[in-house]
Design a protein around this ligand. Sequence first.
Ligand code: ATP
Ligand code: MG
Length: 353
Amino acid sequence: MKKKITILPGDGIGKEVTESGKKVLEQIADCFGHDFIFDEALIGHEAIEATGNPLPDETLTKLKNCDAILFGAVGHPKYDNDPSAKIRPEQGLLKMRKELGLYANLRPIKLFDELLEASSIKPEILKGADILFFRELTGDVYFGERGRKDNNDTAYDTMIYSRYEVERIAHKAFKAAQTRSKKLTSVDKANVLESSRLWREVVQEVAKQYPDVKVEHMFVDAAAMKLIQNPKSFDVVVTGNLFGDILTDEASQIAGSMGMLASASVGDTVGLYEPIHGSAHDITGKGIANPLASILSAALLLDISFGLKEEADTVIKAVEQTLKEGYRTRDIADAKTPHEKVLGTEVMGNVVC
Ligand code: ATP
Ligand code: MG
């Protein structure tokens, strides 16, 4: 299979972990006889430094003309204390999602058995948990009208969803549920919010086209509780942008570390694959970041964008095997891990390869 993959390392540990993700894709191409052509482009703080623009036109053109994107992270601490900065790294990410029409963010939450003991949650609650989140990405309070009134003493953000936006993500979630255990949980706050009542109405409507899938509607507060109490009771979950943001970070603790979780952003064109963690400048340049989230993002890319299931499974098995042999990065090591098995980013990536 011949495919063009654009690598967007971005900022901070994004650069370090994406190298491992790319190496794994190269290894898969070698082993399975595929022809993957790699290209690289600028985004985020790095792009601002080089061109003054967090998403240069040249980058956008490359992204629109490739078959899949492996992305690292954007962000730089210098903007944290300067909320007034007009040009910011995150704008590159938001613009990219919008320009590429990436409306669904998929996050598989799965704890590898080898990491059960290292988790702060009881193993019997966690063992076997395997959840696939669909977070809507283009609506909600992130894109509604916002502002100040009453002499600046009142502020508001509007939570807004259109029928069309809910429909298209609901279809994606139902289709995924059909390939798994045929159970879908839709999370909203329909007892209070009008946008949630529309959300629920549309999901119920779409459900009629998937009679084989069992649908359950849950309020977000109950879902937040149940996620910790009984994560195994979830399979596919679909929710809006804000609730999805919060619930998926909560759920990341089920998988042991931010450094373990991959995500896919898809729409109707090219797919974007990235770790759920950010640029993590506290550990940037130290060579200790966990590359597994980027490597697992590469597996999602193979599966979703290219339909290469066996290749994707091979990557996941390699990660499993690496953990089974006792290799850890610092974030997932525990007191019992022998010193010599705690590896840096690059070596960990090489072991998986
Ligand atoms: P951003 O502002 O870009 O979101 P951040 O500084 O908030 O970045 P995150 O990446 O969101 O950092 O992660 C929070 C913390 O989790 C980091 O500060 C880091 O210590 C830890 N962390 C995140 N990703 C990894 C990883 N891949 N390996 C090891 N530790 C990680
Ligand atoms: Mg963060």
